[in-house]
Design a binder for this molecule. Sequence first.
Ligand SMILES: [Fe+2]
Length: 199
Amino acid sequence: MTELIRPADDDQTPEQFARMLIAALDERDGRTREHSDRVATLARELGLECGLSTQELRLLGIAAEMHDIGKIGIPDHVLMKPGGFNADEWEVMKTHPIRGERILRAIEQDGMSEVATVVRHHHERFDGSGYPDGIAGTAVPLLSRILSIVDSYDAMATPRPYHRARTHAEVMAILSKEESQKHDPDLLERFRRSTEKWQ
Ligand SMILES: [Fe+2]
């Protein structure tokens, strides 16, 4: 059973714990860390467009930085595999949101249990076909729905071993095609608006 990590002193913030864990993930897999940094920037932009409160924006920023922290627990032969996954490897990879939630619940600090829940649900889909719980629509926490859009955006906009980097227009076209299946249409519209200034 995981022991709770207690703050060393009153000045220890969730952000400091987050930085420690991110440094650990970076040692394992630097690509995930760079992706998480970009996702955090995009998430804050979409969060602002959604009118989130200062506290919600803060938790969203931490959740975005930490969303793939559970990959620390994925064995090398899966995490580092350059090509596509077979069915068994894919099942292992799909455990990373639950592993991430477990790590974050061990941090006994204000807001961290909410961050842990957001991380658990960052691969749910709007139509209920995602994982780990297959929940749908607004049953998926708002911050997880925001994270899901910007996570997908960055995954497509940057080169991966199995695809080239797509242009902004190409990514937006794919996201629009997936509207209502993968993503919350209202949030996607806000994302579209907030990215118009990039063109
Ligand atoms: Fe993920």
